[in-house]
Design a protein around this ligand. Structure first.
Ligand SMILES: [Zn+2]
Length: 373
């Protein structure tokens, strides 16, 4: 029932419409046109104004022809850079790549094209289906910002799928980490570097001493932390009065995240204070951990749907966050699904046509199987 050529064409057209984070306006218009054809209720929220982007999150509500549990499908409209003027090329090997100067944008337009194709099939064949909620988020690539600013009270669904993971179709992410954003600030004292350096307290040097004592990288199988950005000082000839580091910590277990975050803050503060400077640490939880059990509905439904169409299922754990992390934080059981995108966030990004087709088949199968739960 999946129309392979229509699906590939829609995908190639979608990646040709630029939608780098904050510049999703033209792509939102494309989705409004496509899903507007059937008269579904479309609504865009105010996330665009909040994030100073061109578009808010777009919610499409597809009324069910059967009573039954509403299913939520989530994808993100935005892409990373280089994402302007993408030209997709379908090779004789049935692999779709960019021309080489840009990303492809299968992340996440493969998921979006799959959802559109599944809806096309449902509408043209008048297939019975439960109510569907299609959420297209913005600025996912900038830290799940669209999803974080979405009002989940608008949704009826208690089960959802994010189509935004690597791995072949059939892959179900059942475990993902919680993450803290951590900012470390050292406040020292400025002085002239040549005339009276002894009156200063060099925040950059004290930051370096503290960082050298703090753990970084992989802590254990479930836990990691990183220092990602450093900034500080005003000029070469001024003793640096302040220095700031932006870092993070993640773990599949909340207790480990809290323990590591506490340890980082303590080592930092102790070292900075001992060197006569002032330490500040700001911690914010970016998203909660997700653990889905293999026998809950959201996992079983995706598995049953995959089995029915001959896809091999694989339950995996990931070290990355996704919109699923945010959705799960709002009382909707939500799994991130593998859609066969490869080498994402690089100019080597590609997807096999076969995987694109299986994505659409899987989405359709989930919708059809959902009638039974
Ligand atoms: Zn993505």
């Amino acid at each position: 029932m999946i129309n392979r050529e229509r699906l590939v064409n829609n995908f190639m057209n979608m990646v040709a419409v630029d939608s780098v984070s904050k510049q999703e306006g033209a792509f939102r218009d494309l989705l409004k046109r496509e899903f507007g054809r059937w008269g579904f209720q479309l609504s865009e929220d105010g996330a665009g104004e909040i994030l100073q982007g061109e578009s808010g999150n777009l919610l499409v509500k597809v009324p069910g022809t059967l009573a039954g549990n509403t299913i939520l499908l989530v994808t993100h409209m935005d892409t990373v850079v280089p994402g302007h003027n993408i030209k997709a090329v379908r090779g004789p090997d049935e692999i779709i790549r960019s021309e080489g100067q840009t990303i492809l944008g299968a992340d996440d337009k493969a998921g979006i094209a799959a959802i559109l194709e599944a809806i096309e099939v449902i509408m043209e064949n008048r297939l019975p289906h439960p109510p569907l909620e299609l959420l297209f988020t913005v600025s996912e690539e900038q830290g799940l910002l669209g999803a974080k600013n979405f009002d989940f009270a608008k949704l009826q669904a208690r089960i959802g799928y994010v189509l935004d993971s690597g791995g072949a179709p059939g892959t179900i992410v059942t475990q993902s980490p919680c993450q803290n954003e951590i900012e470390y600030l050292v406040k020292g004292r400025a002085a002239h570097a040549g005339i009276n350096p002894e009156d200063g307290l060099n925040a950059i040097q004290v930051m370096a001493k503290a960082l050298a004592k703090m753990p970084c990288g992989r802590i254990d199988e479930e836990t990691t932390c990183n220092f990602g950005v450093i900034e500080g000082g005003l000029a070469r000839n001024i003793v640096a009065a302040s220095c700031r580091v932006k870092g993070e910590a993640r773990s599949l277990k909340r207790s480990k995240l809290e323990q590591l975050t506490g340890q980082l803050a303590e080592i930092f503060s102790t070292e900075v204070t001992q060197n006569g400077c002032k330490a500040e640490v700001e911690i914010s939880l970016l998203y909660p951990e997700t653990t889905l059990s293999p026998d809950e509905d959201v996992v079983k439904l995706a598995q049953r749907a995959a089995d029915r169409i001959g896809l091999t299922t694989r339950l995996i754990s990931t070290g990355g966050g996704s919109d699923a992390s945010v959705v799960n934080g709002h009382n909707i059981r939500c799994a991130n699904l593998g859609i066969g995108m490869n080498a994402v966030h690089s100019t080597e990004e590609y997807i096999r046509v076969e995987d694109l087709v299986n994505d659409a088949r899987w989405v359709l199968s989930i919708i059809e199987e959902a009638v039974q739960i």
